[in-house]
Design a binder for this molecule. Structure first.
Ligand code: G6P
Length: 478
């Protein structure tokens, strides 16, 4: 049978859609979440790329098995053709949960702390083999689908080995890797076993172009290549030479498609939720946050800061509400389940200490409701984005687009700080008292100052929309 060979391909763990079994025995399709999917979901063009992703759920595996060769026809979906890899569940679990999310994610976000420090023993070695197998399955699928000389965009920390594996299979391809996370400095990265650290770096260097969201993460990657591999690094030209090959390093700060976001936020389901929030909150000021429930997002310290702010500023009692969205994420991992419980305990404590008969100081939303979060952005007086470390953070960019008078309180450790810093109130994410003071400063900011900063924030947030960001990745492979 004749099969289309693709000239542009994208590979990522999470795909643009996911499937859940529906009541009628069929499958319901949902949009995937996270910064990577937001960035890549606008691939649609006259000749859309083939997107290869992993089947993440039983629903996905069902959909992948029902489709010939795992190739799904997403008629009418803007992202174009999709191939879902039906990876054996145990291999997937070890690669995704144990290595990608429990190890590499923790390393890049500096999340290990005493007594939660890693031990890399026999169990990790099994997990690492699964990570290698999982990366090899992506490389094999890409090699099978790519036309001669095709351009391949490999995404993120799940797939660090795929570029080198793919190069070995198909030296004719032009390959890019893009990291959507921060990159750890060498002194932290080298807590990985030496062979693993080398393999991760050499895996990415199998690409012609390695992209990062900020200069800070790109520099950290180059520092690691030099310190761990002894590679030849040119920081000015942004190149890394290793084993006779040169990889170009690029900095591409992903932004938001402002027009599309504004249009989505004006739809009736958002309007309905906006009225519901207004009804609940009345004319009180609103501090909003929107996150996956994720230790790196630092939700607990954000709540502690709000609590300290209420303690220090009784004049705000009854006049402000904190609407915190903390959506479920990665619940297969005990650290995430424990973190979710800690977030809920902290919110309950604020409630117990400060709530009165006619004032609810905090509303914690733990169910994923995208239109409700858009409504909250529109109503926000203050947006709190305080991650311990974050590759970019698109919430910080979406908020100012939807609420021009909203003051952004932003962690200096978010990638977005490089572009938004001058017009946000910057905080050290570990400094709870400093964050409490920033919340007060934000609430008290005069209207003209809010609008002036808000306009500049929105302009910076839309400077490199996904379509252009993607075009840059492809141009880098020209
Ligand atoms: C971050 C990563 C993405 C990932 C997302 C959601 O944004 O960079 O690659 O998709 O988190 O995480 P999840 O594990 O749910 O895919």
């Amino acid at each position: 049978m004749h099969r289309t060979m693709h000239t542009v391909l994208v590979a990522s763990n999470r795909g643009p859609v996911s499937f859940t079994p529906s009541a009628d025995g069929g499958l319901t399709m949902r949009r995937g979440g996270g910064g990577l999917v937001s960035g890549l979901s606008q691939l649609g063009d006259d000749d859309p790329p083939l997107w290869i992703c992993a089947a993440l759920t039983d629903g996905d595996r069902g959909a992948a098995r029902a489709a010939p060769g795992g190739r799904l026809d997403l008629a009418g979906h803007p992202t174009g053709p999709l191939r879902m890899l039906d990876i054996p569940p145990a291999t997937f679990h070890r690669a995704y949960n144990d290595v990608a999310n429990s190890t590499l994610w923790f390393v890049h976000h500096l999340l290990y702390d005493t007594p939660n420090t890693p031990s890399f023993g026999a169990r990790f070695r099994r997990e690492w083999e699964s990570y290698q197998d999982y990366n090899a399955m992506f490389a094999a699928a890409l090699a099978e689908e790519a036309a001669h000389g095709a351009r391949v965009l490999v995404q993120d920390y799940h797939l660090t080995l795929t570029p080198a594996m793919l190069r070995a299979l198909r030296p004719d391809l032009r390959v890019a890797h893009f990291s959507h996370t921060p990159w750890a400095p060498p002194e932290y990265f080298t807590l990985l076993p030496d062979d693993v650290a080398c393999e991760v770096l050499a895996g990415i260097l199998g690409a012609d172009h390695a992209g990062f969201l900020t200069a800070r993460w790109a520099n950290a990657f180059m520092d690691c290549c030099e310190a761990v591999l002894g590679a030849d690094v040119d920081r000015v030209a942004r190149t890394v030479r290793h084993e006779g090959r040169t990889t170009r390093i690029g900095v591409h700060p992903l932004g938001v498609d402002g027009g599309a976001l504004l249009a989505r936020a004006g739809e009736p389901d958002v309007e309905a939720r906006l009225h519901a929030i207004r009804e609940a909150v009345g004319d009180r000021r609103l501090i909003v946050r929107v996150d996956r429930t994720e230790p790196s997002k630092n939700i607990v310290r954000g709540l502690l800061a709000y609590r300290e702010f209420l303690h220090d500023h009784p004049e705000w009692h009854g006049r402000v509400v904190h609407l915190a969205f903390a959506y479920p994420s990665r619940h297969d991992l005990p650290e995430y389940r424990e973190y979710t419980a800690a977030v809920m305990r902290c919110a309950k404590q604020i409630e117990d200490e400060y709530a009165t008969e006619d004032w609810e100081p905090i509303i914690l939303d733990v169910h994923d409701d995208y239109p409700r979060s858009l409504a909250a952005y529109r109503l926000a007086d203050v947006l709190l984005v305080n991650p311990i470390r974050d590759g970019m953070n698109l919430v910080a960019k979406e908020g100012p687009i939807l609420s021009p008078r909203c003051v952004l309180v932003l962690s200096r450790e978010a990638g977005a700080a490089a572009e938004l810093g001058p017009d946000a109130i910057m905080v050290n994410p570990y400094d709870v008292s400093g964050t409490a003071a920033a919340l007060h400063e934000a609430l008290a900011m005069p209207e003209d100052e809010r609008l002036k900063r808000g306009r500049r924030l929105a302009a910076a947030a839309t400077a490199l929309p996904p379509r252009q960001w993607l075009a840059e990745q492809l141009a880098a492979l020209a």
